[in-house]
Ligand binder design. Structure first.
Ligand code: PEP
Ligand code: MG
Length: 859
């Protein structure tokens, strides 16, 4: 990439006549109409640096195509003279000595370029003068030996074997140089000359011969480059100075940990080597002459290239000059985020452009910790990446054990065949969750994402033996208490305690997300069940709650109460349990509404499959209860007594919930807070179901108004989670003021894919066969499920033009699905708290797409 596109150059001499006509001083290439094809990538880049007013090591380019002319002594003489003029120094000056460095560059970055040849112009007679100026002899001789060796082999035709054999026993640099010079005299086509121009001419021949060698040509062919590709040659001043005041180094513009502008790199005092130096160098703070000019150069380059940058530089007489500059390859994400915010704050970039630069996936990466892998880890199993983030901890095989150990401060990873609602407290106490079965919309995955815990689900080959206290990963067996590390982004589980990168995005991400909020049309809400989750989500930018799953209020200590409601032998016992439940829910709702303030909140009335609340066989209080539970057990609970169906059979359930909710609203409103309440009925497929449930809710509102004197304002709506509901959206809209598409169930029922079962085998196989590119539970299927949503949207709007429409399935946090929803003009998406920033960015990216770019759009 060129460093500058502005045309400018230093007032340097130009050589346009005689042998010097092929010599192009740095900075004059573009003025002469030359580009990287002639100047090589280095020549073009240096032109760019000079155009930006940055300090560059003086030098010139012999353009590709004319490079061979430097092998002629008269051209080399002209080049030496020009470098003397450009640098203001003279070859042979004992006080301010000058040497020459020759290098080559191709039009683009190429592997296999010949190494640079520094120290041209040096002779045994002059070496002592230079050593005296530098103050250290070794470095000079070491670098010089490399140059003499290459010229001897590639320009003086000394056989490589002769050089190799002779050098084998001569490690000392000064002796090496002496030996190489004597080998050239003895075996070469001519002795190694003392004259700088003759040395330069030979060096040019050596570089070009090496570039033309069969090996180099093969390498170019392997890189799919023409074997005849021509290189430009660059003749640079190598100004020698005291080691304490000169040297060379490399720097990047940003600190990799913080991402802030803070140059990082190394400085090596002394003469520049071609090969990487054997030691780590000094920190930049020790840079001779200070870092001000380096910082200025890096800042200027960043502003120009709009990317974190890296430079090679040289220091002479306490002043830096740049040798090369380029965009930093693979800059750390934090650096990219901070730079985007910095550039936009400085006005170098518009806010929208800054937002465009950070993808939703990168937001996700910044928000979650990651494992630091070194390559030597023992992979135990790879499952589905169910909830992002990374954690380490001791294996526990039950929720009880998780709670016990976590109470002592031990970090634990809950490993189970699968989880159910009774496991929630143990899951919340764990650092991460690993299950053998279940997909990315399974219970474990949904709960883990909601809680911001990393999770891996559907880890095939994992066998939990709770009785033996072991977990088997194929042949490998771990015991409860053994450490594991888990990456919920990749689905990988490793043995042992790996290092975890500390998460926490830079504050600049907050700024970028605020700009993203200015751009997006689509609202972003959170799926949250508790006040604590709401607090987290609001801090992450959620605008309200799009789904409060009230069944999560029936877990833990409340589980016996809901069991009594479902299994009570007589109505009075059931009513008693209902009253207790209502009281408990009232408290939960009060906390939730208080946390939300005046924001919108969609509360979904009870929707869990019945089996989640029934005691497991043998767990019932007595034989009678076991008998009643057995009678309620279903062969296919996800299609059984779920959602609104349960409420229609247990007619006091929804009124009790709705009364608890409305009373909580009345209490909270007394403190001046007025959350925008939305009451939602789940799993409807008949308009009659919705009408009946709506009547329960209205009755509850009336009862609360009569009791408290407060008319609670609320909207009533329904989830669209069955294909029939989508098809009958027009009729449903007559009873509903809003719809929320439950895309987890809608996907399950549209495909007939069990959300808990198909992921591990069926979907994996379908992906392998190319039937699917992603799990439809993770990425909304635009052709089937999406078409149903589009149709429902259209039919609902015909009946109720302003109907509020949202999505609250897991797809609400997936960037591509979000773009699809945005394309349909839905009002909001709702997702788990830790995906809220990802959704904000995804919605902004969708809004910034050019018309027609919204892949899934049916609008
Ligand atoms: C859904 O089905 O998309 C949904 C949000 O409900 P749940 O995941 O609780 O079934
Ligand atoms: Mg659902």
């Amino acid at each position: 990439m060129p460093v500058a596109d502005r045309e400018a150059g230093p007032s340097a001499p130009s050589a346009t006549a005689g042998p010097g006509r092929v010599l192009v001083p740095y900075g004059q290439g573009r003025i002469r109409g030359l580009d990287a094809a002639e100047l090589g990538s280095h020549g073009a880049a240096v032109d760019g640096l000079l155009a930006l007013g940055l300090p560059v090591v003086p030098g010139l380019t012999v353009p590709a195509g004319a490079a061979a002319s430097l092998c002629a002594t008269d051209t080399a003489e002209a080049a030496v003279e020009l470098v003397e003029q450009l640098s203001g120094r003279r070859m042979g000056d004992p006080v301010r000595p000058l040497l020459i460095r020759l290098s080559a560059s191709a039009p683009t970055e190429v592997a296999g370029l010949p190494p640079d040849l520094p120290c041209l112009g040096l002779s045994p007679a002059r070496a002592d003068d230079l050593t005296a100026v530098i103050g250290r002899a070794d470095a000079l001789y070491e670098v010089w030996a490399g140059t003499v060796r290459m010229i001897a082999e590639y320009a003086l035709d000394v056989p490589a074997a002769v050089l190799d054999d002779a050098l084998l026993d001569t490690p000392e640099p000064r002796e090496r140089v002496e030996l190489l010079l004597s080998l050239a005299a003895e075996h070469g086509s001519r002795p190694f000359p003392d004259d700088p121009a003759q040395q330069l001419a030979l060096a040019a021949r050596a570089l070009l011969n090496r570039w033309d060698s069969p090996r180099a040509r093969r390498s170019r062919r392997a890189q799919k480059l023409p074997a005849e590709l021509a290189v430009a040659l660059h003749v640079q001043a190598l100004r020698i100075g005291p080691a304490d005041h000169s040297g060379y180094g490399t720097a990047v513009s940003r600190d990799p940990e913080s991402g802030r502008f803070s140059p990082r790199g190394a400085f090596f005092p002394g003469v520049r080597r071609s090969a990487p130096p054997p030691h780590t160098g000094e920190p930049l703070e020790r840079l001779a002459g200070g870092t001000a000019l380096l910082e200025h150069s890096l800042l200027t380059l960043e502003r120009h290239l709009r990317t974190p940058v890296t430079v090679d530089f040289e220091v002479r007489d306490d002043e830096i000059s740049l040798l090369a500059a380029a965009p930093q390859p693979r800059p750390p994400l934090r650096a990219a985020v901070c730079l985007a915010a910095d550039l936009a704050r400085d006005g170098a970039l518009g806010h929208e452009e800054a937002v465009r630069r950070i993808s939703p996936a990168q937001v996700q990466e910044l928000l979650h910790p990651q494992l630091r892998l070194t390559g030597g880890e023992e992979l135990l199993v790879r499952g589905l990446p169910a909830s992002p983030g990374a954690a380490t901890g001791a294996v526990v095989l039950s929720s009880e054990r998780a709670l016990e150990l976590a109470a002592d401060g031990t970090r634990v990873v809950l490993v189970a065949a699968e989880t159910n609602p009774a496991d929630v407290p143990g899951m919340l106490a764990s650092a991460a969750v690993l299950t053998a079965t279940g997909g990315i919309a399974s219970h474990a995955a949904v709960v883990a994402r909601g809680a911001g815990k990393p999770a891996v689900c559907g880890a095939e080959g994992l066998r939990v033996d709770r009785a033996a206290g072991t977990v088997r990963f194929g042949e490998r067996v771990l015991r409860e208490g053994d450490p594991v590390s888990l990456d919920g982004r990749t689905g990988a589980v490793y043995a042992g305690t790996l290092s975890v990168s500390v998460a926490g995005p830079p504050p600049e991400l907050t700024t970028l997300l605020e700009w993203a909020d200015d751009v997006r049309r689509l609202g972003v809400r959170v799926n949250a069940d508790t006040a604590a989750e709401v607090d987290t989500a609001l801090a992450l930018g959620a605008e309200g709650v799009g789904l409060c799953r009230t069944e999560h209020q029936f877990l833990g200590a409340r589980l016996p109460l809901i069991r009594r409601v479902l299994l009570a032998a007589d109505p009075s016992a059931r009513d008693e349990a209902l009253v207790a439940l209502e009281r408990a829910q009232h408290e939960d709702f009060r906390a939730l509404l208080t946390a939300l303030g005046n924001r919108p909140v969609t509360v979904r009335l009870l929707d869990a499959p019945l089996h989640e609340f029934l005691p497991a066989p043998g767990e019932a209080l007595d034989a009678a209860e076991e008998q009643r539970a057995a009678a309620l057990r279903e062969a296919n609970p996800m299609l059984g007594l779920r959602g609104v169906r349960l409420a229609l059979l247990h007619e006091r359930l929804y009124p009790a919930q709705a009364e608890a909710l409305f009373t909580a609203w009345a209490d909270v409103s007394a403190t001046g807070v007025r959350p925008q309440l939305e009451v939602m009925i789940p799993l409807v497929s008949l308009p009659e179901e919705l009408a009946a449930a709506a009547a329960y809710v209205r009755g509850a509102a009336d009862a609360v108004a009569a009791r408290t004197g407060v008319e609670v304002p609320y909207r009533l709506g329904t989830m669209i989670e069955t294909p029939r509901a989508a098809l009958l959206a027009g009729e449903l809209a007559e009873h509903a003021e809003f719809f929320s598409f439950g895309t987890n169930d809608l996907t399950q029922l549209t495909y007939g894919f069990s959300r808990d079962d198909v992921e591990r085998q069926v979907l994996a196989s379908y992906r392998e066969r190319g039937f699917l590119t992603a799990s439809p539970f993770a990425r909304l299927d635009p052709r089937g499920v999406g078409a149903l949503i589009a149709l429902a949207t259209e039919r609902a709007r015909e009946v109720r033009p302003g109907i509020k429409l949202g999505v609250c399935g897991e797809h609400g946090g997936d960037p591509e699905s979000i773009a699809f929803c945005d394309g349909l003009g839905l009002d909001y998406v709702s997702c788990s708290a830790h995906r809220v920033p990802v959704a904000r960015m995804a919605a902004a990216h969708s809004a910034l797409r050019e018309p027609g770019e919204n892949s899934g759009s049916t609008r």
